[in-house]
Design a protein around this ligand. Sequence first.
Ligand code: PRX
Length: 631
Amino acid sequence: MAESADPKPEVKYYTPDPSYRQNSWMGDYTWAYNEFLKDPEAFWAKIASKLYWYAPWEKVREWNYPYAKWFVGGKTNITYNCLDRHVLGKNRNKVALIWKGETDEEERVFTYRQLLREVNRFANGLRELGVGKGDRVCIYMPMIPEQVIAMLACARIGAVHSVVFGGYGAAALNQRIVGAGAKVVITADMAVRRGKSIPLKHVIEEAIINAPTVERLIVLRRETGRPVEIHSEMEMDFYEVTKDMSPECHPEVMDSEDPMFILYTSGTTGAPKGIVHTCGGYMVGVYYTTKYIFDLKESDVYWCTADPGWITGHSYVVYGPLAVGGTILISENTPDYPDPGIWWKMVEEYGVSILYTAPTAIRMFMKLGEEWPDKYNLNSLRILGSVGEPLNPEAFEWFYHVIGKDRCPIVDTWWQTETGMHMITTVLGEPMRPGYAGKSIPGVVVDVVDKDGKPVKPGESGLLVIKEPWPAMMRTVYNNDERYRKYWEAVPGCYLVGDLAIKGTDGNIMVIGRSDDLIVVAGHNIGTAEVESALVSHKAVAEAAVIGKPDPLKGNTIKAFVTLRVGHTPSDKLKNELIYHVRITLGPIAMPSEIEFMDSLPKTRSGKIVRRVLKAKEMGADPGDVSTLEE
Ligand code: PRX
């Protein structure tokens, strides 16, 4: 690849070898984008027609601002497209899924045929338990094949899954189970991390105490040589559910607009938002982006390092790559265990050709040194991907040079739980500008605007917005449609993303960070309000305010300012106790790295805590207008 410079010397681009564009599914970006602009509905209809529908749609799009319907009247089932289509075609014995545990011996491989049979068995088992179309099922599992099987089994029978990341604590899990009104919860007895087993079942047991809708708890026993303790009639062994079940299962015929899953994401209030995605549009969106943004081909070995508990895992571990018919690698490992070479060893051993990961991981590897990747042959890599937070220029350069060997293009994909699919990136073959994610992908219209919706001038910053509906967009916030409408009402005519961005003079977009009260820690959204309410649930805490502090490794860390109730005094012991309290309430990802005790917190006269003042103080910056604050 050639390194070239913009007319302005400080702007640096990396231009991929022309063969990337020539051989890609997408072809020329400008041409593809113009095809979309010429006739958006025809553009999406052409993509959707590559998938199987029991009944065709009558209308591609129905847009009653802010409500969209896609492929209206179409009937389908995403699992038919992810599994049966390949089994009935020529890929019956193609490897669909490779799972790698922490040790060399732990490996499980499923062909498309085998995966379909496992999904069908479990789907039949769920049906037998009375689970059907529209019922909500919570999946709280570690990263093992059964997590993927459980998701697909729900989609097979039209049950709406709500996957909760296996690292969440009991209170966070309870909130999500109750929020979705889950009828069944599926879990495992334990997760494995750094050679140790982490019990999961007791977290679930605590989380379902006040969850009256839960009728069944299905527990997967992992290969520990010991049976799962079954405490009540409510509990069932995963293998009991699948035992004697037929490997054939009729997929539920789903309307394009039937809900497919709910995925909770942190909100700016204490309650997480249940983002609702539907069957047809989501399927088309993730199929399209996996095929055209990752350029997934027949011979690729594709590894997305995300956990299916996040949207990245839903769209780009499970549904997108399976819809395209890829070979997917998943791993339960920790990136530096047993040593920091494990990922690169896996790339070499499995011949990974597409690697999709997060800036936090890249920065961690940067810190650990080049000697680790340099030990392994990374020639199989063809395309690198990044997601979750801004890929800063230093991390871009390292990823590009050290891992991609100046050869592999990087697709820095900007998107969200709400968008369901990629929205901004630098399409293969286009010049890549470190620090800038890129442009709207064909099919999507993104812009940077001021608060009135007026586009900012090139070179200026503003609010990132989306101007047209797209197939994989969320349809509502579960049981809170008002919250959904807010996304579309804050800026006239636009979906407000909640990120600040800069529009470069070359049209590329740099995403700077959140404009609201969310903190992105190691690529995961944490609501300040969630952490604050976890802190005030501790008996010693009167009030709490939480801010994000820039961190070279994780993007941000969490700092909490806390005032104490009468009778409690600040101490290091109490700090540790509070951090532990957040850990067990919300899970390790939401743990503050720092706690500072305060006599009082800055507030408006109406009593609202003003976090920006705390942040300014922390960063040594000007706190801005403080005239409206209490003395
Ligand atoms: O702030 C943006 C950041 O992550 C947010 C979405 O988080 P979530 O819904 O958890 O989904 C993460 C995985 C898609 C965005 O609003 N974000 C995501 N990707 C990028 C990013 N920020 C900068 N560059 C990205 N590529």
